[in-house]
Design a protein around this ligand. Sequence first.
Ligand code: K3U
Ligand code: ZN
Length: 156
Amino acid sequence: PTPLPICVTGDPVLYQIAAPVTEFDARLEALAHSAMVTMDAAKGVGIAAPQIGVSLRFFIVASRANERYPDAPNMAPVVMVNPCILAASNELVAGEEGCLSVPGKRLSILRHQWLDVSWQSLDGETHHARLEGFVARIFQHELDHLDGITLLERIE
Ligand SMILES: O=C(CSC(=O)[C@H](Cc1ccccc1)CC(F)(F)F)c1ccccc1
Ligand SMILES: [Zn+2]
């Protein structure tokens, strides 16, 4: 499908608590595909459903090496439905983040260094993993979007 418009600062959908996904059906797959195409067109390393106007709890994590994080892993994009943080490091790390919904801003944000997380894939299967570094950062950034929090609400 064609990329969708990305909601930007001020759009109410960005400040809502997104609803859990209960139907793992073709509609969800179509929404996830639209988010993927939109993220790719915007050259992002992640995108959350509320950013395309959908207040549902899923996002995509798609780390790739970039000038700010040259050692970031190049990973196949992962669609994470109903994501949860099960445990997080006490250690926090500051790092530069951008947001497709806050165009032109680069802010230094404190994030947990590692996370134990769980999520469901599009087929409804549950997965667990330990994330660290840039991938953990993207996860925390996208999870904020599901809870109505953008970079601007994270300024120390
Ligand atoms: O590709 C971007 C553009 S911003 C981006 O990809 C957001 C994800 C993100 C970038 C950097 C750190 C954490 C999350 C996507 C968003 F807004 F939809 F969530 C980038 C920005 C800063 C560092 C590395 C990469
Ligand atoms: Zn964002």
